[in-house]
Design a protein around this ligand. Structure first.
Ligand code: DQA
Length: 147
């Protein structure tokens, strides 16, 4: 089973971008840790990052062809992209919304997620472990489905 991990705008700059908020790990080191954990759990992983809304939408569309689930940090698109929301709604596989920071304790505009209603669930505020919790959540969902 394959899980696609998608990161949106500005997350390519993790490590140097506002480290007091997002931590000092780079996206590639976060991805590598997640890949190792997923492998131990028996999952294949694929990683994709883009700063462009359309490319993120294409990645979501393509995931439906060969992935069991998606972990998505849509960055600021979370707060206003109806196009990404519709792409998530269009695919049948579960998408878990992830944020490194606790979006509910920051600026007002970050408290709105237009994608949350169409996601399987949302995890925020645990730094890079938000991705690990999302992986556990998908694994739990899959195991429930197997029962
Ligand atoms: C973020 C939170 C968003 O509000 C912000 O625009 C990001 C990162 C997070 O991971 O905490 O780019 O998604």
């Amino acid at each position: 089973m394959k899980i696609l991990v998608i990161n949106g705008p500005n997350l390519n700059l993790l490590g140097e971008r506002e480290p007091n908020i997002y931590g000092s790990d780079t996206l590639s080191s976060i991805n590598e840790e997640l890949r190792e954990k997923a492998e131990k759990m028996g999952y294949e992983t694929e990683f994709f990052q883009s700063n462009s809304e359309g490319a993120l939408i294409d990645a979501l569309h393509n995931s439906r062809l060969d992935c069991a689930g998606v972990i998505l940090n849509a960055g600021a698109y979370t707060h206003y992209s109806y196009a990404i929301r519709d792409a998530i709604a269009a695919i049948k596989i579960p998408v878990v919304e992830v944020h490194l920071s606790n979006v509910n304790s920051r600026d007002e505009f970050r408290k709105t997620s237009v994608i949350a209603p169409v996601c399987a669930g949302s995890i925020a505020g645990f730094g890079k472990y938000s991705y690990h919790i999302a992986l556990d959540a998908l694994d739990y969902r899959f195991s429930e489905g197997r029962k």
